[in-house]
Ligand binder design. Structure first.
Ligand SMILES: [Zn+2]
Ligand SMILES: [Zn+2]
Length: 124
């Protein structure tokens, strides 16, 4: 069976992406930059390996509608972070397996039991 292809796009549809197979991780992130784009209650991010082009652009957003779609973070080399709200079709069916940057998580955002937690990025 062929690997599942997941596609996504910005609000206006001009910026699109796709990845094949399962992501490396799905993590709920409470870092300040995520809070500024997605709100204080955590941004659910899909983490996939970088494609071969090795782009080093940091925030990849649509120049037309300004939706943040993907992010590359220096602290997490070799991966691209996809803002999970941008996937098209069905909503994200798999819950996050980890929570990161919990040091800036609001006290009213309780963690789900069993989820791996990191006060910063994934343990280096
Ligand atoms: Zn757009
Ligand atoms: Zn973040």
């Amino acid at each position: 069976m062929a690997d599942k292809v997941t596609k996504g796009s910005c609000n206006c549809g001009e910026f699109t992406y796709q990845y094949t197979g399962e992501p490396l991780s799905i993590a709920m992130c409470f870092c300040k930059p995520c809070q500024k784009t997605a709100g204080p209650n955590g941004s659910v991010n899909i983490i996939v390996p970088n494609d071969a082009s090795g782009k080093s652009v940091h925030c990849n957003f649509c120049v037309t509608c300004h939706t943040y779609v993907t992010v590359n973070v220096d602290a997490m080399e070799g991966v691209t972070v996809i803002k999970s709200g941008t996937i098209d079709g069905d909503v994200l069916g798999t819950p996050p397996g980890a929570e990161i940057y919990t040091r800036s998580r609001p006290a009213w955002c309780e963690s789900k039991e069993g989820r791996a937690e990191f006060t910063g990025a994934f343990a280096a």
